[in-house]
Design a protein around this ligand. Structure first.
Ligand SMILES: Cc1ncc(C[n+]2csc(CCOP(=O)(O)OP(=O)(O)O)c2C)c(N)n1
Length: 615
């Protein structure tokens, strides 16, 4: 088999036995390669047989396959001409960990955030109908992503029309952690109901689409009297399943059958997250998104330092021990946001609302209106979903809701859809919002205490890596000089502080022809919004040049507010440094900083070209 090649045509000709051995080969290779690159192993392993069955039955790229989130797409990449590039997965300059239309004609969308696949496949189907074309449009979505609000909106719209299109529900009972909520209980009922169970076992014996049809007719006749009704049928979908998602024969039978139907269909497929790799089956949460690991034992290197997420979790447990009104909310990311200990210590005050960021924010609003102190922990990139609730409800009513904005700034290897570089700009535009950025553990503690005292909307943003250590006491949110200097003041957010300190050192020792050497101070701005304008005013008066640096887009960042103040008052010369008006691809954080002149060297270059001959 040539691993450079698009194998989808060959798969169409394969026997079930051949497809089974292909699945084993893919899994073996995937476990090995991802052990070096890191990535979303458990979800991708669980979807291998399903991916093969899809390419066997459907005619991609003519048929459109839309993967939800896209983190389960590794087998699809391997089968569509990217197998031999898997060692570059998520590496700078290599292939992405998510489907990308520029990588392959088989990638029908560039996803990354949960719950959009049904809307997109439905849109594809409607466009097909309008053009009078004939092909299948398929959404492949996990049980976790199905609970996203946008999925519900899509089911509502699509079930009400007669447009043929297919939703494949890949149900592994897991989101990143165990799936939560009443929808997950409904799926559990469907999985365990006897007649549906029979559908599953009988499917193995049925070798033709006609057989699948006969089976479903019998089931349909009985189901309304005997079975829990599937909510999908109530919404206008034909429901088939559950099907064993690791049994290629059953999968191809049912998919071949539903391909011929002329209405919205949902196929309920049961898979196991991490299938084929014992450590991932035992601990699918750990192997949801994993770094390097041992491909035999699954062991991962132990972390020397506590991450920002763990630090936040510890601080919140400590604060909650003294204040029974503190509640924690996560949108399906309890472990990843460091809330596991909180959940254990205060189960009644911990809410995992599923992949429902909008609901998380509105729910927090209700808690706050009724006297509680909600802390909503969500990654910067996913908080975008809750923009409206934060602005039009929480800020509008000036409510005491604290957002713990994890993974703020460039996050690295997940690429464009996961960089947390927009939160400063989108939160800045909200009246009454305070934005804080701690640099070390002590500062984070002080900021959460301050946030609780303020009793107004607050976002505490912090990056993916670990808290820093600086030669000054912990901050309280006020701007703080971290490095002394007299000519140029670099005002940085906490995320970029260490690059700025390094940059200042490099600039002071740099010999440039025709330059008088300058002396550089570095300040941690602490609270990004509201700006301490007295401090900014003094800075613009005292220093020849002021440079702002932030781990967010330069457009809409705090730096532009400093520039606006300078322009309005006619004071100082200001340079703003931040991420450009672009989508930042995948790579390590240091590679991306270097590529976009956001590392110490790049910042120094920009400062030199700003000051130019003026020194
Ligand atoms: C809007 C949004 N919130 C959170 C996430 C983070 N996230 C990525 S995958 C995932 C779980 C998805 O569960 P499911 O759809 O069941 O797929 P599985 O991982 O179980 O295969 C979550 C919460 C996201 N991608 N998008």
């Amino acid at each position: 088999m040539n691993k450079n090649e698009d194998l989808t045509k060959q798969i169409k000709l394969m026997s079930p036995e051949e497809m089974k051995s292909l699945a084993s080969e893919i899994k073996k290779d995937m476990i090995e390669t991802v052990s070096n690159t890191g990535g979303h192993l458990a979800s991708s392993l669980g979807a291998v047989e399903l991916t093969i069955a899809i390419y066997h039955v459907f005619d991609s790229p003519k048929d459109k396959i839309v993967w939800d989130v896209g983190h389960q797409c590794y087998a699809s990449k391997m089968l569509t001409g990217r197998w031999d590039k898997m060692d570059t997965l998520r590496q700078y300059g290599g292939i992405s960990g998510f489907p990308k239309r520029h990588e392959s004609v088989h990638d029908a969308d560039d996803p990354g955030h949960s719950g959009t696949s049904i809307s997109i496949a439905y849109g594809y189907a409607k466009a097909r109908d309008l053009s009078g074309d004939d092909y299948s449009c398929v959404a492949v979505i996990g049980d976790g992503s199905l609970t996203a609000g946008v999925s519900m909106e899509a089911l509502d719209a699509a079930g009400d029309c007669r447009t043929p299109f297919i939703v494949i529900l890949n149900d592994n009972r897991m989101s990143i952690s165990k799936s939560t909520g009443s929808f997950s209980k409904h799926l559990q009922k469907l999985r365990t109901s006897n007649l549906y169970k029979n559908f599953k076992t009988n499917l193995k014996r049925v070798y033709s689409p006609k057989g699948v049809h006969r089976l479903s007719v019998i089931r349909d006749k009985l189901k309304y009297s005997l079975l829990p009704k599937s909510i999908f049928e109530e919404l206008g979908f034909k429901y088939y399943g559950p099907v064993d998602g690791h049994d290629i024969e059953s999968l191809t039978n049912v998919l071949r059958f539903v391909k011929s139907l002329d209405q919205p269909v949902l196929v309920h497929v049961i898979t196991q997250k991490g299938n084929g790799f014992a450590p991932a089956m035992e601990d699918p949460t750990k192997f949801h998104g994993v770094g390097k690991y041992d491909p035999v034992s699954g062991d991962t290197p132990s972390a020397d330092e506590k991450s920002w997420s763990d630090t936040f979790g510890e601080i919140l447990v400590e604060l909650a021990s003294k204040d029974p009104d503190i509640c924690a909310i996560t949108a399906a990311m309890g472990e990843s946001t460091g809330l596991a200990e909180f959940a254990k210590a205060y189960p009644d005050r911990f809410f995992d609302v599923g992949i429902a960021e909008q609901h998380a924010a509105a729910f927090a609003e209700g808690l706050a209106l009724n006297g509680k102190k909600p802390v909503v922990a969500i990654y910067s990139t996913f908080l975008q979903r809750a923009y409206d609730q934060i602005l039009s409800e929480i800020c509008l009513q000036d409510l005491p809701v604290i957002f713990a904005v994890d993974r703020a700034g460039v996050t690295g290897r997940d690429g464009e859809t996961h960089q947390g570089i927009y939160d400063i700009a989108y939160l800045y535009s909200m009246p009454g919002m305070t934005i804080m950025n701690p640099r070390d553990r002590g500062t984070m503690e002080n900021m959460f205490r301050l946030a609780l005292e303020l009793k107004t909307p607050v976002a505490v943003r912090y990056p993916k890596n670990c808290p820093g250590t600086y030669p000054v006491p912990a901050g309280n949110g006020s701007p703080q000089i971290i490095r002394e200097g007299s000519d140029v003041l670099i005002i940085s957010d906490a995320n970029m502080l260490s690059e700025c300190i390094k940059c200042a050192g490099e600039l002071e020792t740099k010999v440039i022809e025709g330059w008088k050497p300058l002396s550089y101070a570095v300040c941690d701005i602490g609270i990004l919004k509201p700006l301490d304008l007295e401090f900014i005013d003094r800075a613009l008066t005292l220093y020849k040049y002021v440079v702002t640096v932030e781990d967010g887009t330069a457009d809409g960042g705090f730096g532009q507010r400093v520039s606006a103040y300078a322009a309005q008052t006619g004071k100082g010369k200001v340079l703003n440094i931040g991420w450009p008006d672009a989508f930042i691809e995948h790579g390590s954080i240091s590679e991306l900083r270097a590529a976009y002149k956001m590392d110490s060297r790049g910042i120094a270059e920009r400062i030199i070209s700003f000051i130019g001959g003026r020194s």
